[in-house]
Design a protein. Structure first.
Length: 85
């Protein structure tokens, strides 16, 4: 189930960006998905859904934004993970 809402965009902004309002909304959803992923407010799958992408495409999108899907608290944790691989 989806919930719809209206987002009002100033005409000047849309004209300045030279994008359709639909493309701007897609970018907004993706930016929000990245933010929520970084804040760990939503799972990877939920963020992919918000961004209207499949998981693989969202992972690639994160990579292009220089955001890793791997979460390590310290270098020791990374070393331990590599050692166990």
């Amino acid at each position: 189930m989806n919930i719809s809402t209206v987002v009002n965009l100033p005409q000047e902004i849309v004209l300045t960006l030279r994008q359709s309002s639909e493309d701007i909304v897609v970018e907004m959803k993706r930016a929000l998905a990245v933010k929520y992923y970084q804040e760990q407010r939503l799972s990877l799958g939920q963020c992919a859904e918000l961004a209207e992408m499949n998981r693989e495409d969202f992972i690639e999108y994160l990579s292009k934004q220089h955001i890793s899907i791997f979460r390590f608290e310290s270098e020791d944790e990374i070393s331990e993970d590599i050692k166990n691989a």
